[in-house]
Design a protein around this ligand. Structure first.
Ligand SMILES: NC(=O)C1=CN([C@@H]2O[C@H](COP(=O)(O)OP(=O)(O)OC[C@H]3O[C@@H](n4cnc5c(N)ncnc54)[C@H](OP(=O)(O)O)[C@@H]3O)[C@@H](O)[C@H]2O)C=CC1
Ligand SMILES: CC1=C(/C=C/C(C)=C/C=C/C(C)=C/C=O)C(C)(C)CCC1
Length: 259
């Protein structure tokens, strides 16, 4: 939080990531695609992961127009072996990933007692467990060069909670805990060349919470964020190596007061 405050007052220098290899999960989705295009604009080559092959290919086509190299992989992030297998292919075919954007996420979107068990489990597998496997797959190479950046796209609902999203809150609180512990570990091991950034947005207009009860209540409180604004704010935080960002800043308040 302190670094977020400092970065708001003093505009920090943004790092150059030209020529680096950036892997984005959920790259066929709304925020994933925008992340891909923003990283491409910065000159990073891309490795795009999604279970939705057609949507992922569309992202790839848009990114290639910006002149960067793009590798596309269809993967099921709820399956540990799918992650490890695809990571092996990435290392052989694309090279060393130095920026990892763990963006893919799902929500069950149903009342707990009416929700099939598998749907609840899937939220934890994709939003939380996948962070372990992605990091186990790609951190070793970052460690060997003491260079890299791991971005966790969590949510404001990883910092405080609301009704009817038990699976989502559990997974995003897990993601926040994961990010914090990993950050401590890298610091303790003096791996100061490997950065971490936690992204915690309020609801974004992407369709993810379409049909969830929570959405109607929220509309009248604060309107959903624009996807592009959300990603551009996140990019500022990433490129200035900020450890955490809440979007909008108002979201720091329920976090600090645990409303
Ligand atoms: N939208 C919001 O209000 C907010 C979103 N976030 C977080 O931002 C991130 C991106 O969200 P957003 O862009 O809105 O979501 P989208 O649903 O638009 O994109 C998510 C992408 O991930 C893919 N995906 C889902 N499950 C898997 C899987 N098992 N394996 C591989 N890919 C998978 C989806 O494919 P398919 O469409 O086929 O399922 C989709 O392409 C998520 O982590 C979300 O929790 C945080 C705060 C607010
Ligand atoms: C606590 C609290 C609020 C509620 C925030 C909620 C309910 C956020 C939901 C975010 C979602 C759905 C994120 C998805 O990833 C307000 C009204 C902003 C005002 C300040 C206090």
């Amino acid at each position: 939080i302190l670094s977020a405050v400092i970065n708001t007052v003093i505009r920090p220098r943004l790092k150059c990531i030209e020529g680096e290899l950036c892997l984005i999960t959920g790259a066929g989705g709304v925020l994933g695609r925008l992340f891909a295009l923003e990283f491409a604009k910065e000159g990073a080559h891309l490795v795009l992961w999604d279970c939705n092959t057609a949507a992922n290919e569309q992202t790839a086509a848009l990114a290639r127009e910006l002149g960067v190299q793009v590798h596309v992989y269809t993967v099921d992030l709820s399956q540990r072996h799918s992650i490890y297998h695809t990571a092996d292919r990435v290392r052989q075919e694309a090279g060393q990933v130095s920026i990892l954007v763990n963006n893919a996420g799902v929500v069950a979107g149903r009342r707990l007692l009416e929700c099939p068990d598998e749907l609840l489990e899937r939220t934890l597998l994709v939003n939380c467990h996948a962070l372990f496997w992605m990091t186990k797959a790609f951190l070793p190479q970052m460690k060997s060069s003491n260079h890299g950046h791991i971005i966790t796209v969590a949510s404001a609902l990883g910092l405080f909670s609301t009704a009817c999203v038990e699976d989502y809150c559990a997974s995003k609180f897990g993601a926040v805990g994961f990010h914090e512990s990993l950050t401590h570990e890298l610091h303790a091991e003096n791996l100061n060349g490997i950065k971490t950034t936690l992204v915690c947005p309020y609801i974004v207009d992407t369709g993810m919470f379409e049909g969830c009860e929570i959405r109607q209540e929220l509309r009248s409180l604060i309107p959903p964020l624009e996807p592009l604004y959300t990603v551009q704010q996140s990019m500022q935080a990433i490129l200035s190596e900020q450890q955490m960002i809440c979007i909008p800043r108002l979201m720091y308040i329920p976090f600090l007061t645990r409303a």
